[in-house]
Design a protein around this ligand. Structure first.
Ligand code: AVI
Length: 323
């Protein structure tokens, strides 16, 4: 295991160390769920998306498989050439349906996937044109807002921004409002933002999605402690922490915590962190939305709620916001 020192750490590792120490020295303790996704975390998340209990992926996939032509029609109503910018594109397994529908219409557009992973972008850039001949792919590797700014500077074309997978749910409502406001400030009249929201539904169904019987979500959370051990020279004993998920139907907030099973201390580099028995670390929020919440978010951030696409069970919605 290598020791993290100021001299040998990269910027991203220093940021990870800074955020981790800040979060664990705060009261109550918290970690940032954006750090779940190292190579092992990515693999566990793939397993989550295939779980029986995790209905979100299948619901949004159904929307994309069956209603891509309608979404494409909504995008093409304006008729002018555009850039389709996907924030957090991943492997594009859902957006590929929309891309196919758009290609079928002979529309003039470029697909600009944005991801912080260089590997993800290189993969898409190489493989997508084989799957979708004729597709113009302009991968953008970096932070969402920086890359969106870059895309708007590079081409004066109309922008259609895709933010799927209920990723907005991993922000508090206040952060989601700020996020949408910032997006709006980078867009121009006529531009579109398509966002995937997980909807409020039976609380038991939501809780089960984050508290699966096989313990995959538990492993997903504990993996962040393992990652901190291996990257930040820490000594968490992952058997001394337990995953706990809760869902509040009033607020729509589903929250994941790790509970310290004993009084213990953990060192991270030179820093010692004390845990009381039963003390929690707040790990992740997965916010669920009512349709009225989505309406409010659109209005608050200066968009017009233009169109909505539901799966057959109305578990999930892809909403089109228009500038
Ligand atoms: C990526 N994000 C939308 C997932 C969610 O549903 O909040 C992450 C996740 N966490 C636990 N299960 C899935």
């Amino acid at each position: 295991m290598s020791t993290v020192t100021i001299e040998n750490a990269t910027d991203s590792k220093l940021q990870f160390l800074h955020d981790t120490l800040n979060g664990l020295q705060a009261n109550p303790k918290r970690l940032d769920s954006k750090y779940f996704y190292d190579a092992i975390g990515d693999r566990i998340f793939q397993q989550i998306m295939q779980m029986e209990e995790y209905y979100l992926t299948a619901a949004e996939m159904e929307i994309m498989q069956h209603q891509s032509a309608d979404i494409a029609r909504a995008i093409l109503a304006d008729g002018s050439p555009f850039d389709l910018i996907e924030l957090g594109a991943g492997d594009a397994t859902k957006s590929i349906h929309l891309l196919r529908s758009l290609l079928n219409t002979q529309a003039t557009f470029s697909y600009c996937p944005v991801d912080i992973s260089e590997h993800v972008i290189a993969d898409l850039q190489q493989n997508l044109p084989n799957k979708l001949p004729g597709l113009d792919v302009k991968g953008l590797n970096g932070d969402y807002f920086d890359m969106l700014k870059q895309a708007t500077e590079l081409s004066g074309r109309r922008k259609v921004v895709l933010f799927m997978g209920a990723n907005i749910g991993n922000m508090t409502i206040a952060d989601a409002e700020q996020f949408c406001k910032t997006l709006k400030s980078l867009l121009a009249p006529g531009d579109l933002l398509i966002i995937g929201f997980d909807l409020k539904k039976n609380p038991k169904q939501i809780l089960a999605a984050y508290n699966d019987k096989a313990g995959i979500t538990s492993a997903f959370n504990l993996n962040l402690l393992r990652r901190i051990n291996s990257e930040l020279d820490a000594n968490f004993d992952t058997t001394c922490f337990e995953h706990y998920a809760s869902y509040d139907p009033e607020t729509g907030s589903c929250k994941s915590y790790l509970i310290s099973l004993t009084k213990q201390q953990v060192t991270i580099g030179q820093t010692t962190i004390q845990f009381a028995e039963n003390e929690y670390i707040m790990m992740e929020i997965s916010q669920k939305y009512a349709l009225s919440d989505i309406d409010r978010l659109a209005k608050f951030s200066g968009f017009e709620l233009h169109q909505r696409f539901f799966d057959q069970h109305r578990y999930f919605v892809d909403a089109i916001f228009k500038v």
